[in-house]
Design a protein around this ligand. Structure first.
Ligand code: ADP
Length: 554
């Protein structure tokens, strides 16, 4: 019975203690959250009032809400108080953290460090970075700031613990970025240095090549200049200034036109404009006035310098003094004129005597002599046509190639030529492909001369048994008379030169007799008829030479 009574009193005591514990927990919570700042405690001396003087509500809330951990420890390093942030940092329930030794929150290897810090902090305020355990495997870098505080219950040590994890990560990132930046900076510096070296080298090369160019242009016998894409002159060499006696201010841009002989100016300007527009080589012969007022003939040439996009950057031009060559040519022309004229008189009498001999009592002449007379006649004809050509050339040069003009039928022209050709070249085939009859205005004899020259060439520059076609066709106000052969043909380069005086293709394999006058004379005659002469040809495939003349009646 007594046993039962003591059990019951124990149970009642336990129940009372449990209720007291609950009450105490509620009270602690109320204090912590700032709901109460005073409490009445009943003890053996009766009721006592405890006010929370050092932690009034504002400070308690402030400390609770702080981003840093806040801890107070006593002399033995036991946690007297800590805020929720510290409990979270240490991953320990708040109620468990209070009463634990502060050293239990740091890993073994830093315990000594913290202990030393705490020890020194009792003497004076200290700060140190220390790692604490975050409950898991991870350590947390923290800054411990320690200072002593005076509490009612005596002096305690307060520790403010700042989580440096983000700061450390940012520092690490910053360090990395700094390193990268430093690396980039040193690379840039290196690049800069090598760029500087390259620029220096290039500048040096450029200076040298500019000096070379200047030296070269100032030492060549030609006058040289450069033009901008719009034609403005941008520079001359020294020889230009020496020759003209003028400076850039007077002859730059388009000032050079003042120095061109008035008779040559129109052609020069026209050719120059054409080249500027087409981008093709500029070439013209003209006379430039020297510083003493004397005009001298020059051959002008300018070529464009283009960039990768095929755009013209500038033009480089040269003017070569051809005055002496011109004089030589004139003397040569004069000589040709006189010589051919002098040759013509004995030739005519020779021809007359030959005719007399061949007409003289033919039956009495032995066949071998007749044969010789025929051969002499043939050679005489060739000689005569050569002399006629020479005379024509000197007449053209002297501007005296004159003739009467009349209506001419193209069918008569072509018919006559085919007839001549069949008679002269029995080993070739000739096809008359004349279209209907066209009327043109000109000199029948001279036009026959042109056509026969084309036919002679067609035969001369093709192998025997080949066919030569002579035809006509109408073309937009013109009639085109063409001579087509199956001969050796011409390259593009040759095509552009064959109408020049005395030009002959240098072809050792197909070399024939001739002086390179026929096409030049033909060109002049056709030009005087306000027409044009040209050629379509392919090397090894034959040629078609054509003459286009204005139609009199369409
Ligand atoms: P040539 O007396 O030399 O024939 P031309 O003035 O008549 O003089 O011709 C000039 C050059 O043009 C010739 O030397 C020749 O090389 C070339 N030529 C002219 N006609 C033809 C042709 N039908 N086929 C190939 N080459 C030709």
């Amino acid at each position: 019975m007594e046993q039962k009574n003591s059990n019951n009193s124990f149970l009642a005591e336990i129940e009372e203690l449990r209720q007291q514990l609950e009450e105490a927990t509620d009270t602690i919570h109320a204090i912590r959250t700032g709901q109460v700042d005073a409490l009445v405690v009943k003890d053996s001396d009766g009721h006592q009032l405890y006010t929370l003087k050092t932690a009034d509500q504002t400070y308690r809330v402030f400390i609770e809400k702080m981003n840093e951990g806040a801890v107070t420890v006593n002399r033995d390093g036991i946690v007297l108080y800590c805020n929720t942030r510290f409990a979270n940092m240490a991953d320990t329930p708040l109620e468990d953290a209070i009463g634990m030794p502060i050293l239990s929150f740091v890993p073994g290897d830093t315990k000594e460090k913290l202990q030393n810090l705490i020890k020194s902090s009792w003497e004076k305020d200290c700060k140190q970075e220390i790692t604490i355990k975050d409950g898991g495997d991870k350590d947390m870098h923290c800054l411990f700031s320690c200072t002593t505080i005076e509490l009612d219950s005596g002096i305690a040590l307060s520790l403010i613990i700042t989580d440096l994890t983000i700061l450390k990560a940012t520092e690490k990132e910053l360090k990395l970025r700094n390193e990268q930046l430093e690396e980039a900076r040193s690379i840039t510096e290196m690049l800069n240095e090598s760029l500087e070296v390259t620029v220096k080298e290039r500048t040096h090369d450029l200076t040298i090549s500019r000096e070379h160019f200047k030296l070269l242009t100032n030492n060549i016998v030609q006058m040289t200049w450069t033009n901008l894409p719009d034609g403005n002159v941008s520079s001359y060499n020294q020889r230009w200034y020496d020759y003209t006696g003028l400076n850039f201010a007077t002859t730059g841009d388009f000032g050079w036109q003042e120095l061109v002989h008035p008779d040559d100016l129109a052609e020069t300007v026209e050719n120059f404009k054409r080249s500027l527009q087409s981008g093709e080589m500029f070439e013209v012969e003209n006379r430039y006035r020297r510083h003493d007022g004397v005009y001298r003939w020059h051959l002008n040439r300018a070529n464009p310098l283009k960039n990768d996009k095929d755009e013209i950057i500038f033009w480089v031009g040269t003017a070569t003094d051809i005055e002496d060559q011109k004089r030589e040519m004139e003397r040569k022309d004069e000589f040709i004129g006189i010589a051919s004229h002098e040759l013509k008189t004995p030739l005519t009498s020779l021809k007359g005597y030959l005719q007399l001999i061949s007409a003289y009592n033919k039956e009495e002449l032995p066949p071998v002599i007749k044969n010789y007379i025929a051969k002499a006649g043939g050679s005489l004809n060739k000689l005569q046509s050569l002399i006629n050509d020479l005379l024509d050339v000197s007449k053209i040069k002297a501007g005296r190639l004159e003739y009467a003009v009349n209506d001419v039928n193209t069918n008569d022209l072509v018919g006559q030529c085919v007839e001549n050709a069949v008679h002269m070249y029995p080993l070739y085939t000739f096809e008359n492909q004349a279209d209907k009859n066209y009327k043109i205005y000109g000199n029948q004899e001279r036009l026959e001369q042109v056509l026969m020259n084309l036919v002679n060439n067609a035969v001369k520059y093709s192998h025997i048994n080949k066919t030569v076609r002579i035809g006509t066709e109408q073309r937009d106000g013109y009639v085109r008379i063409s001579v087509t052969d199956e001969g050796i043909g011409l390259s593009n380069d040759q095509k552009s030169k064959i109408f020049e005086r005395f030009y002959r293709v240098e072809d050792k394999k197909n070399m024939t007799s001739g002086l390179g006058m026929g096409l030049y004379i033909s060109h002049e005659i056709v030009q005087n008829h306000k027409g044009c002469i040209g050629v379509d040809s392919e090397l090894g495939r034959g040629s078609t030479f054509y003459v286009e003349l204005p139609l009199l009646v369409e």
